[in-house]
Design a protein around this ligand. Sequence first.
Ligand code: NAD
Length: 335
Amino acid sequence: MKVAVFSTKAYDRQFLSTVNSPIQHELVFFEPRLNRDTAILAAEFPAVCVFVHDQVDAPTLELLASRGTHLVVLRCAGFNNVDLQAAADLGITVVRVPAYSPYGVAEHAVGLILSLNRKIHRAYNRVRESNFSLDGLLGFNLHQRTVGIIGTGKIGLILGQIMKGFGCDILAYDVYHNPELEALGGKYVELPELFATSDIISLHCPLTPETHHLIDAEAIEQIKSGVMLINTSRGALIDTQAVIEGLKSGKIGYLGVDVYEQESELFFEDLSGEIIQDDIFQRLTTFPNVLITGHQAFFTAEALYNIAETTFANITDVEQGRPCANEICAQPKGN
Ligand code: NAD
């Protein structure tokens, strides 16, 4: 199938081209993100392939449909950037890659936890300047600490397994209970108990209207003082301004984030020569106990290979008229 592939960097092109070479879909790579202005690039392409920051909203979908596109192929799991109802109304099929690197994301969350806890990000800079003082680098043992995991699907479960290996107690909150987490010794509790008793809170639920700003001023009131908050899921799970207040007061002792609510203005680009206009983000970067990575938790060779494989399998399913297990449909109206 002829596919317009948006938001491509050199690494995307490398993995997609390699995996596609025996399959021979006709790929045309575009560097820009898909949005209302760039949709014209996909004219006459039956399929577009997009990533997390492409704006697949109703106007963009209307433009795509009017020029012959009937398939949107997501190279990611989250689909909060797609108007599924508009796609359904326009007869556009939407498919995604539901899992490509749950170990990679969970391991990155652990990387943030260990770096913050033992202040490795600060030690790295100090040693490079021949400053071998330990003042300010005091950490704490993870052994016997309580880790609260919100969202215990694929990634949350793996984080639970890894943290269990450190000797942590696992608390969990999810709308569904995962028996594998319970078998591990994890205990499901309501959010107020998780907030009040966890030393580390890690977010692994999707961004939905229910989870938007899950960590807000009210939640921060309830958390244990000095908590470590980790977010590798979606930026808008936390109200960044409220978290900044929590960091200033000391209620939040550590913050590790791989995602940020306004990240689409920043992440995946080299802006080192520019003046960043986002004052909230800039304030976050000033705290010594905050560690930010730019949406790289998924970014392993295994993940890029898996993304490419599933993406082409999805396209082939749709091209050959087979049901695609990775199709996402709009909720019926009223839900
Ligand atoms: P998953 O679907 O396997 O698990 C999500 C879990 O969240 C499910 O168990 C679900 O029941 C639960 N959930 C849904 N609504 C909830 C709510 N209101 N409260 C609590 N729990 C709720 O997904 P996953 O593969 O584990 O991925 C989790 C999230 O990680 C994704 O939604 C995505 O946003 C994010 N992600 C980030 C990266 C990255 O590079 N930073 C990469 C992949 C995924």
